[in-house]
Design a protein around this ligand. Structure first.
Ligand code: FE2
Length: 246
C-alpha cells in the first residue's frame, strides 16, 4: 500500500495495480471505488476520520469489492452509483443519472456518463478552483479502458466529453497502468518526443514508489493516443491494436 498526497485526495494502492482514492475534508472522507476494505478502514481509523460517502464509477468487482464491508462498519454511509446499476451495485442508496449534480463534502459534484468500458459507467466531476475528475476505468494515463459492454462509438464520445472539460482538470483513474500504456504508444509512435519525455518522468516516479496519477488533462491530450485520435476509425484501430498488444 502506498500513499500519494495531492491536495486533500490520497491514493491507496491495493491489489496489483488498483488505486482507491480517499478525498478528505474536515475529518470526513469520501472513498472512490473501494476494491477492498481493510486499507480504507485502517486509514480512516488511524487518522480519526468518518466515512461520509462511497462513489462507484462502475460495477466491476475490483471497484465495489470492499463496499459491503465499509457499509457494515458505517451503516449510514451514502453509496452513490448509477441508477442503471441497481442490480449489479445493489447496495447503492443514492442513485444518480447523467448531468445530475450533488453536494458532497460541501462541493458541487457533477455526474458525467462515460459509456464504453461498461454500459453504465459514470464519472464524478468537481468543478472547483482546481477541477477534479474521478474517471474510474474510462481513461488511464496513456490509455483508455477496454470496451467490455459498450461500443467503440460510445467510448470515443466518452473521451470527447473528457476532452471538453477545463484543461486544468486533474484526472484520477483507478489503475496504475501508465508505464505499460506509454510503452505501447511508443510501438506506434517511436519518435514521439512528448511520449518519450512522459515515459522518463513516469519511470522516475515509479522508481521512488510514487503514483503517476493524478494527471493533468492538458498534458494528457498531448501524450494519449486515444485522446489524440482524429476520428472513430483511428480510435477503433488504436483500441484493437492495444487489445492485441502484450
Ligand atoms: Fe473496470
Amino acid at each position: 500500500m502506498e500513499f500519494n498526497k495531492a491536495q486533500n485526495i490520497i491514493g491507496l494502492r491495493v491489489l496489483s495495480d488498483n488505486v482507491i482514492w480517499v478525498w478528505e475534508k474536515d475529518k470526513s472522507v469520501v472513498v472512490i471505488d473501494p476494491s477492498v476494505h481493510e486499507p480504507v478502514i485502517r486509514y480512516i481509523d488511524e487518522n480519526n476520520l468518518h466515512l461520509e460517502a462511497i462513489l462507484q464509477t462502475h460495477h466491476h468487482s475490483d471497484h465495489i469489492g470492499g463496499t459491503k464491508y465499509l457499509i457494515e462498519r458505517w451503516p449510514n454511509v451514502k453509496v452513490i452509483a448509477s441508477s442503471k446499476e441497481k442490480t449489479r451495485i445493489p447496495f447503492q442508496n443514492v442513485s444518480v443519472e447523467d448531468g445530475e449534480t450533488l453536494n458532497i463534502l460541501g462541493e458541487e459534484v457533477k455526474i458525467i456518463e462515460v459509456l464504453g468500458h461498461t454500459s453504465s459507467h459514470i464519472a464524478f466531476f468537481l468543478n472547483g478552483k482546481i477541477p477534479v475528475l474521478f474517471i474510474g476505468d474510462t481513461l488511464f494515463s496513456g490509455g483508455c479502458g477496454r470496451i467490455f459492454e459498450g461500443t467503440y462509438k460510445q467510448m470515443y464520445s466518452s473521451l470527447k466529453k473528457i476532452k471538453s472539460l477545463p484543461k486544468n482538470t486533474l484526472i484520477y483513474c483507478a489503475h496504475e497502468y501508465t508505464k505499460a500504456n506509454l510503452l505501447w504508444a511508443l510501438t506506434l509512435k517511436p519518435k514521439d518526443q512528448d511520449i518519450k519525455t512522459k515515459l522518463l518522468q513516469v519511470e522516475k516516479k515509479l522508481s521512488i514508489n510514487e503514483l503517476t496519477i493524478p494527471f493533468l488533462l492538458d498534458e494528457e491530450i498531448k501524450i494519449n493516443l486515444f485522446l489524440r485520435a482524429k476520428n472513430l476509425k483511428e480510435f477503433t484501430f488504436l483500441r484493437e491494436n492495444k487489445d492485441s498488444w502484450v
